[in-house]
Design a protein. Structure first.
Length: 303
């Protein structure tokens, strides 16, 4: 942390004469992790991103990004320091002209929220209309990924996770905001004989998740009770059930809105099992109005 603080201080002076437009490109690379994604976010071509990033690195006299083995880009310590300045500038620019920065009309800016695909695609996108209508100057980027985006490296602003975080550092604040209940579902077209449906479960890499453990216990000693299909994530699980390939545990909040699915158990809103929902945020961002607005929305959604 001491090294990061020293780097930040060193680059503070250099930032004073740096072109904000160039910093925007660095911020887009940090968020998109590739030049192609950065170009898409900014609405420019790949060559422009590369040229502006090179110019910024030459201006600051240090490499700001490193290419990983999988082709993605991550920021160096110097890049993180520069991106922190850029994010702060972006935030303050969004509040120019506001009197207090706290009322509905002044809540503006972009919030990058990451979570697993099933929560992002099956729950969040269906609930966004309300918060966006309430705060018309707010922009929300949903990042569906089973990989944990780093809040410390500002790959995302907020994260929703289905287990208590064990990593992230002392500056990442986490709190339990609710629970995600699971029920037994099958495709409506397969509801005639649900006992004949095999259980779709997760592959070995995901055998530790509560849904997989529950299914393993339920089918113990029944060699023919499992479907031959194994999946890696919850969103694929929903698709497999919809395709009529078997039955499984699905999030009630996601499945109950889909008329193509039918629930087979009677556990109600509490579900057969429930997984805690944890909201994570970097302590530097928690008090910013646009971040707080999305945190409050997520908390209400899963309460």
């Amino acid at each position: 942390m001491q090294v990061e603080a020293e780097v930040f201080q060193i680059y503070s002076a250099k930032m004073q004469t740096t072109d904000w437009n160039d910093l925007r490109f660095l911020l887009a690379v940090q968020r998109g992790r590739t030049l192609t994604e950065a170009a898409r976010r900014l609405g420019v071509d790949l060559t422009t991103v590369s040229r502006r990033l090179t110019r910024l690195q030459e201006s600051l006299g240090q490499p700001l990004v490193e290419r990983q083995g999988d082709g993605t880009l991550v920021l160096t310590a110097e890049g993180d320091a520069a991106a922190a300045h850029a994010a702060a500038m972006e935030h303050h620019a969004s509040l120019i002209g506001s009197a207090s920065g706290t009322d509905t009309a002044t809540i503006a800016g972009t919030v990058r929220l990451t979570t697993v695909p099933v929560v992002a695609n099956r729950i969040l996108v269906h609930e966004l209309a309300g918060v966006l209508k309430k705060h018309p100057s707010l922009q929300i980027e949903i990042l569906p990924d089973s990989r944990d985006y780093s809040l410390t490296r500002r790959e995302a602003d907020l994260a929703l996770r289905l287990s208590r975080p064990t990593t992230g550092g002392t500056r990442i604040k986490a709190r339990r905001i609710g629970a995600l209940a699971y029920g037994i579902y099958a495709a409506a077209t397969q509801a005639g004989d649900p006992d004949a449906l095999g259980w779709i479960t997760f592959d070995e890499a995901m055998a530790h998740v509560p849904q997989a453990r529950w299914i393993a216990k339920e089918t113990r000693g029944q060699s023919n009770a499992l479907s031959p299909l194994r999946v890696r994530d919850g969103d694929t699980m929903v698709q497999a059930v919809l395709a009529g390939l078997g039955k499984s545990l699905l999030p009630v909040l996601a499945a109950k809105r889909d008329s193509s699915l039918i629930r087979l158990d009677k556990a109600g809103e509490e579900g057969i099992i429930a997984r805690d929902i944890w909201l994570l945020a970097h302590e530097d961002l928690i008090d910013r109005p646009h971040i707080r607005a999305v945190m409050d929305w997520a908390t209400t959604l899963f309460r």
